[in-house]
Design a protein around this ligand. Sequence first.
Ligand SMILES: C[S@@+](CC[C@H](N)C(=O)[O-])C[C@H]1O[C@@H](n2cnc3c(N)ncnc32)[C@H](O)[C@@H]1O
Length: 393
Amino acid sequence: MAAEEDGSRDASLPVRKKQPRQQLTKGMEHMRSYVTVDPTSSATSPPVEEDAYGVPATYQPVRNVTQKPTENNPEKRTDPFQFGTRYLEQGDDIFAHNAWDHVEVDPQYSEFIESQTIFQRENQVSDFDKQRFNTSPEKWWDKFYSNNAANFFKDRKWLVQEFPVLGEVTKEDYGGVTVLEAGAGAGNTAFPVLHMNKNPGLRLHACDYSKKAIDVIRAQEAYKSQEGADQVLKADVWDVAGEELPPGLTPGSVDIVLMIFIFSALSPDQWSQAMRNIFALLKPGGAVLFRDYGRGDLAQVRFKKGRYLDENFYVRGDGTRVYFFEEQELKDIWSGKLPATSGDGEQEEVPGFEVVNLAVDRRMLVNRQRKLKMYRCWMQGRFRKPAEADAVE
Ligand SMILES: C[S@@+](CC[C@H](N)C(=O)[O-])C[C@H]1O[C@@H](n2cnc3c(N)ncnc32)[C@H](O)[C@@H]1O
């Protein structure tokens, strides 16, 4: 009989418990040590505070005690998951919740981001494939929407919380208002807005340059059941970086433009034309509600060989492209300070929006069962066409 089985093991020796191997997708296997709990640390070293969280001592997220006092941190005790208010503080059990807000990565992780970037840059997409992915990128999105038809329509409870104006414009007595969603995809934002709407004066235009995405929207019962002249949601194919404005919309006719994870799908040489179109469509004082990927997000860090198209610009396995933004860079782009270059290398004029606000939304998502930590980073902001700007630019 083995010593462990008859209980005769020397109590002074550390007991090494058998740990189930944590499951990772194939694509994340190379970064196992960065996102999983070290299975050996608690077995071989004396218990230290870090091990109580199941995180190796060398790898601690920054706890923002200075930003928010404990008594104002109620989200730790309530479960409906809310954005932005669950701060990780000294003594918190990381795996007690699914997500923590405003978590900064530690220096070791920053180094890892840096080394990944160098690796990605050195192993970039071939010129032939760059051409393939950058020519007619809408075809890759068409493919995406053909292949994933069943996986859409996540419940976006956060929309109104993050963009309270959407709650306002959908109120019964708000009056006439026009909202355009650029790059609406399958309607993950448009349908929740339609669903909450009580305002007969709301006109919601959901546009995307993928015809398949627009087909998905138009095929929904909630879309088809709208009646004639009172139709609130209208879906159309439109390229935000093209030469024309969307069907049914004239310059200076839009109050709000929603841009949720679409700016990142454009290549940098499309930014200025997209902004010119949006500027032209908005009424003076009209707003852009923006949410997109931030630099260092897990989605960027995990890209492997053959995905790098250009600095911070990648192609996913399904052929769709994605850019990761820095806060100051976005401020410069939207305020018109960043000189834009078109595809043929020409300098282009960029309209100047007022950056009403722009924040970095850093989150550590936790898979409690698999003991995984995932650092996410998003940019969220509101940009406004100056009130004194001409309606037509
Ligand atoms: C990451 S998806 C986001 C979709 C949707 N906004 C959401 O949050 O679910 C990006 C979308 O932008 C669309 N898109 C990319 N470039 C575009 C362009 N130049 N004009 C219009 N739509 C575009 C894609 O077809 C895709 O549907």
